[in-house]
Design a protein. Structure first.
Length: 303
């Protein structure tokens, strides 16, 4: 291992079929108002919404809903979420969904108490928050981004055709993450495949960098093997709990900063893929699948 590094991850993870039962105890740690953030409404069709609302009612929370987060969250939607948080005086942002929903929640968290333009401050100048950051909790429904255990937030500015990531520090990481693999069963096949490729490319972006004998590389190789094996099983049977649980946990560890320790990392595939996504609104994982093979064939000395 070369170089010096710090590893700190404050997110508390509840994993497994009973993980949602811990939501009640987490909710007791925060104030009375919860901003419930979710996407297009699939959580209402699959029953997750009702289960979450039951927990919020039992905890006596006032719920302010913030639905409609799109797969590539836009600046306009972010401004809407900031307004909701400010007007409701939200005490907790509870994101229920995939990576885009959680990314968006983090952007709201750093912006609600900020007097500056959030796009300019965080996504152009890449400054860190100097205001109070609202706490974020999440209930994951799609495996892929790893946003449930990192500080990353991706926002798209439709006017300028820019899709930019800001990786915030530990204060912005979710305080808790509830990971029930069964919540991913209803994800459409196309989205599941996109998520699988996102997981695999997160590992590659960190693996293909540096040339020292690095513990992180051996962990990355194990994660790659698990993703490949489990993806075949999940494609054969989308309700294979073991396969879906392995994919969910691999996604979390692929991007919770562990395997980047001691590595230079690359992220060029992601930068190219995001540029494509900003202009086309294409699914993130699919842009990576299109870019990665030709990119690695160009840069890697395969002999």
């Amino acid at each position: 291992m070369q170089g010096n590094f710090i590893y700190h991850n404050p997110t508390k993870v509840y994993f497994g079929e009973d993980s949602l039962s811990y939501l009640d105890s987490e909710l007791r740690k925060y104030g009375p108002t919860v901003q419930l953030i979710y996407g297009g409404g699939s959580i209402k069709r699959n029953g997750i919404y009702d289960a979450v609302m039951d927990a919020l009612r039992r905890s006596g929370k006032r719920v302010v809903e913030d639905p409609g987060v799109m797969p590539n969250p836009t600046l306009d939607k972010l401004l809407e979420g900031i307004s909701i948080a400010r007007e409701s005086k939200a005490d907790l942002l509870l994101a229920v969904g995939g990576g885009s929903v959680i990314d968006y929640a983090k952007a709201v968290a750093v912006s609600a108490n900020c007097s500056e333009d959030p796009w300019e401050k965080y996504f152009v100048r890449f400054e860190e928050p100097d205001c109070e950051v609202l706490p974020v909790g999440c209930i994951l429904t799609m495996a892929g981004t790893g946003s449930e255990m990192n500080g990353g937030s991706v926002i798209t500015n439709e006017a300028s055709k820019m899709k930019i990531t800001h990786v915030f520090g530990p204060d912005v990481m979710p305080k808790f993450a509830i990971l029930n693999p069964r919540f991913t069963f209803s994800v459409p096949r196309y989205q599941m495949v996109a998520g699988i490729y996102d997981i695999f490319n997160h590992i590659c972006e960190q693996y293909f960098s540096g040339d020292d004998d690095n513990v992180s590389d051996y962990i990355a190789e194990g994660l790659m093997r698990s993703v490949i094996h489990s993806s075949y099983a999940a494609l054969e049977d989308p309700e294979d709990y073991e396969a879906r649980s392995n994919l969910m946990w691999a996604a979390t560890w692929a991007l919770n900063t562990l395997i980047s320790r001691g590595k230079a990392t690359d992220w060029m595939v992601h930068m190219i893929g995001k540029a494509v996504g900003a202009h086309t609104d294409a699914t993130h994982g699919m842009t990576l699948s299109a870019v990665s093979i030709p990119y690695y064939r160009t840069i890697c000395p395969f002999g």
